[in-house]
Design a protein around this ligand. Structure first.
Ligand code: NDP
Length: 294
């Protein structure tokens, strides 16, 4: 938004719509930069603030944001589940995976919570796997990101999803919670030693936190050489090319990095808030710009 538009809004109203990102810690979270670039390109007068909330003060913080008519915002760790109880409504995705990362104020003044992590991931994947419905997908992890992804894969109706997690009970709970929501066959497998990725036509998703800010770290997997038609995805976005993706590439897999998911979940939020489709390439560039500062 140019200075004149901003000044007009300040002096003549309506005041700029406000958005938030709450979490703890939030230093190092690049969402504000990405959102501001998207708003600016759309000529939308929204303002976006990153706010570190003390876990003991979540309740008054949320009531404050809602009372001040913030138009929406993003929620990051560790509050994605805690915010549920303050919202008037949940989308199907948020309700199924029991976590909210995106809040929108509706025209009637009520607040709806959505989970756009899985949707953002799915958008990235469908672009390179138009035949996703007939595929088997193996997801490593059972935390917030994995749960959002498995939920969206099931809602999309992929043929089969297998959840593999270090703590088996979490994988079982994730699968049990989604049982019967679609025709997708859901199951879990224990993760004992090195998990060998050896099937052709698979989609494998690294949805654990391993590798985040640790370029040399990788989950305990091995790829059989010369895999045919396998897509390997990582939710970790920094570094963009993780060791997991490097290993997958060496085995002949097509790869999908976590930055696309981050951009897409942000773009879905902007569309919900403004009604307009933001420039995703610009949003990706803004993230790369932010990470270059680290
Ligand atoms: P959670 O803390 O909810 O879950 C972490 C998961 O990682 C658990 O399944 C945990 O297993 C597993 N894990 C942790 N350490 C290990 C290890 N050494 N070996 C095997 N498994 C391990 O985190 P989130 O799900 O919220 O986040 C996961 C990642 O996803 C983060 O890097 C986050 O930044 C990223 N993310 C990316 C997004 C994007 O848009 N690209 C959006 C959201 C998240 P266990 O259950 O056994 O503890």
């Amino acid at each position: 938004m140019d200075t004149n538009t901003s000044l007009q809004a300040l002096m003549k109203g309506p005041l700029p719509p406000l958005y938030f990102c709450i979490g703890n810690p939030v230093v190092g979270n690049p969402t504000q930069h990405m959102m501001e670039k998207a708003f600016e390109q759309l000529g939308y007068p929204g303002r976006y603030l990153t706010i570190e909330v003390d876990p003991d003060e979540l309740e008054p913080s949320i009531w404050g944001l809602l009372a001040m008519h913030f138009q929406g915002g993003n929620v990051t760790a560790p509050f994605k589940q805690d915010v549920l109880s303050y919202l008037d409504e949940l989308t199907e995705s948020a309700s199924l995976c029991d976590a909210v990362n995106c809040i929108t104020r509706k025209d009637d003044g009520t607040y709806i919570g959505d989970n756009t992590d899985g949707k953002g991931f799915l958008q990235s994947l469908v672009e390179i796997a138009p035949d996703l419905e007939r595929r088997k997908v193996v997801v490593f992890g059972s935390g917030g990101a994995a749960s959002a992804i498995v939920t969206e894969l099931a809602l999309h109706g992929v043929r089969e999803v297998v959840v593999v997690n270090r703590t088996l009970t979490r994988a079982k709970t994730l699968v049990d919670n989604l049982a019967g929501i679609s025709r997708t066959t859901l199951s879990w497998e224990p993760w004992e030693g090195i998990y060998q990725i050896k099937e052709h036509d698979l989609v494998v998703v690294q949805a654990t936190s391993v590798g985040l800010f640790q370029p040399d770290d990788c989950i305990k997997v091995a790829f059989t050489p010369d895999l045919h038609n396998v897509i390997a995805c990582d939710v970790v976005f920094n570094p963009v090319e993780t060791t997991f993706l490097k290993k997958a590439k060496l085995a002949g897999c097509q790869t999908l990095d976590g930055l696309g998911m981050l951009v897409n979940q942000g773009a879905i939020a902007v569309k919900q808030w403004t009604g307009k489709e933001p420039d995703r390439a610009l949003m990706r560039l803004s993230l790369e710009e932010a990470f270059a500062v680290c």
